[in-house]
Design a protein around this ligand. Structure first.
Ligand code: ATP
Length: 549
């Protein structure tokens, strides 16, 4: 490990022992001065050492006398207080199980006030150098999302941490659907903020996404109705505090649906770029999608579940069973522009994880060329000869912009889809027997490859179009009665776009590479998860031995 310049090194008191505490630009570390008598696992007899990365320190502050008094009631503690009357507390990120983060604290006691103040000041100086951290946030709370706990979750679990980290907030509790979207589009003074936070579910996130993207395009004079318009990436990051009944976007980008974890990702200023699909019908903009565009099975499940909203989340299960039993299929033509060769494929078993090389490759090509779409859509690269066309009868057509993993389907619809590679995975499930379709669905819940069926194909695509068969023959108005001959339960079916039903069936979809950024870092590998925990590794402090500059 490269040696770093030591900024501070002192012998302080922590709990019931003296510790050597060292701070450099990237790590705060401490270890007991005396060797631990407790044998450690393995053959070493090292003392326990502890370390926290500076970028994962939430705050450092002088410990108030009240806090100290409460903690120090015993005889020994009273003596400690006499010898070390000043103290400071460091709050930092601690990883627990399953991608959850918690805010932990460690208090160091000092013999003199000047030393205590120096530690607080120097550590705070290091924190102020972390320019990716937000200082001011605009927060929208949906008080009716999920179990209607959004406001309470924010006030009890999130706001205190934002205060601790010195983040200023403007909080708006929404009064109606589309309140957040409309406010972002027109009124909000976005120059004042470093990010926008939504407290709610996927529907609330979608509002913020639409508001922010529309506002950005408007400010830059870009017409969203043009399917080939080069959209301008949003400069503000979006934070999601999960408080809905479906929190898939949060789960896919953080690995857990936990408000405290999300708040900590916001505080440390994480940044996860994300692709966004723009959906058009002819030259009219319909919606943006970041997770799933589903036609046929998933569209029908959503349409049916909307009719039973009163059932709460159970409505999705009921609609799933009903739609499965009705076994509809839809005829039409799918055309798509395949991804470039260097971005992998939907079956390559390369999962999108924190620091994903495939997404970073695209980010660097974006940086190199100024804009990735310029590179990818040079004349000739996107001409009609590159497009593929498939005509058929489909039970389902799904475009996954991310794995769409959720607690119920941990692998997701497309386990190896990427958050920010500029492509979506287009999954076509052709008409097959009910039993075969059941086997395909079942594979979403076990280790088997759900694409390994003769009636399923999957393509990584930059753009695609869908044209339903009967659309060419009859207009929507003429289709109020379902045709009997074809066996469709609804004439054309419908697209579900991140949980919203689209008003059109014939659509054009274009993946907008890294259009937005979230306060997240993607799902961390288990190894990354454990790295930072309190460790028995003596090397951390060795690496911090004072060096001369
Ligand atoms: N104050 C409000 N009153 C009514 N609806 C609201 C309000 N604020 C936001 N909404 C709408 O509520 C919808 C659902 O919100 P959200 O995603 O937060 O919760 P949810 O329980 O996960 O919802 P769902 O499962 O129905 O998607 C959003 O589409 C949003 O537009």
């Amino acid at each position: 490990m490269e040696k770093q310049v030591t900024l501070l090194s002192s012998q302080l008191f922590q709990k019931h022992r003296q510790v050597e505490v060292v701070l450099n630009r990237s790590v705060l570390a401490w270890k007991p001065v005396e060797k631990s008598r407790k044998p450690c696992s393995g053959t070493c007899d090292s003392v326990q050492s502890y370390s926290v990365e500076v970028c994962e320190i939430v705050a450092v502050r002088k410990t108030e006398d009240d806090d100290q008094d409460a903690a120090q009631t015993g005889k020994h503690q009273k003596k400690t207080k006499q010898l070390y009357p000043y103290a400071f507390t460091v709050s930092y990120v601690r990883r627990t199980r399953q991608h959850q983060w918690r805010c932990s604290e460690v208090t160091f006691h000092c013999a003199n006030q000047a030393l205590c103040e120096e530690w607080v000041q120097v550590t705070n100086e290091q924190l102020s150098l972390l320019t990716n951290r937000p200082k001011s946030l605009l927060v929208y709370i949906n008080p009716f999302g999920g179990k209607r706990h959004g406001k309470r979750i924010y006030e009890q679990k999130v706001a205190p941490m934002f205060r601790l980290a010195g983040i200023a907030t403007t909080v708006i509790v929404t009064e109606r659907a589309n309140h957040a979207e409309d406010h972002l589009k027109t009124e909000a003074n976005l120059d004042k903020y470093d990010g926008v936070v939504c407290v709610g579910g996927d529907g609330m996130f979608s509002e913020v996404l639409h508001g922010l993207v529309a506002r950005t395009q408007n400010d830059h004079g870009v017409d969203q109705n043009q399917p080939d318009a080069e959209l301008v990436p949003c400069s503000l990051r979006i934070g999601i505090i999960p408080a809905g009944s479906t929190d898939c976007i949060c789960f896919a980008t953080v690995g857990t649906n936990d408000p405290v974890t999300s708040a900590l990702h916001i505080i440390v200023g994480d940044s996860q770029p994300m692709d966004v699909c723009s959906v058009h019908h002819n030259d009219v903009f319909l919606r943006y999608s970041v997770s799933l565009l589903g036609y046929g099975f998933y569209g029908d499940v959503l349409s049916d579940s909307e009719r039973n909203r009163w059932l709460g989340p159970a409505r999705y299960d009921l609609a799933g069973v009903k739609t499965f039993l009705s076994h509809n299929y839809y005829e039409g033509t799918v055309s798509f522009l395949p991804a470039e060769d260097d971005v992998g494929n939907p079956r390559d078993k390369l999962q999108c994880r924190s620091g994903c090389s495939i997404c970073q490759h695209n980010r660097s090509s974006k940086d190199e060329h100024g804009d990735v779409s310029e590179e990818k859509e040079k004349p000739g690269k996107d001409d009609s000869s590159d497009w593929n066309e498939i005509h058929g009868k489909f039970i389902a057509i799904n475009a996954a912009n991310m794995s769409c993993a959720c607690p119920r389907s941990p692998k997701g619809l497309s386990p190896f889809a990427h958050l920010a590679d500029g492509n979506a995975d287009l999954i076509l499930v052709r008409n097959c027997s009910r039993l075969d379709f059941f086997k395909h669905l079942l594979r979403h819940t076990n280790k088997d490859d759900q694409f390994d069926h003769p009636f399923v194909e999957v393509h990584r695509v930059r753009k695609f179009r869908f044209e339903p068969e009967c659309h060419k023959l009859v207009s929507l108005e003429d289709l109020s009665e379902p045709p009997t001959k074809t066996g469709y339960s609804t004439p054309l079916g419908s697209w579900s776009c991140d949980g919203e039903i689209l008003p059109e069936v014939a659509i054009q979809v274009s993946v907008q590479c890294q259009l937005i950024r979230l306060f997240a870092r993607g799902i961390e590998e288990q190894q990354q998860q454990q790295q930072q925990c309190v460790s028995d590794d003596p090397c951390t402090l060795c690496a911090l031995e004072p060096t001369t500059d």
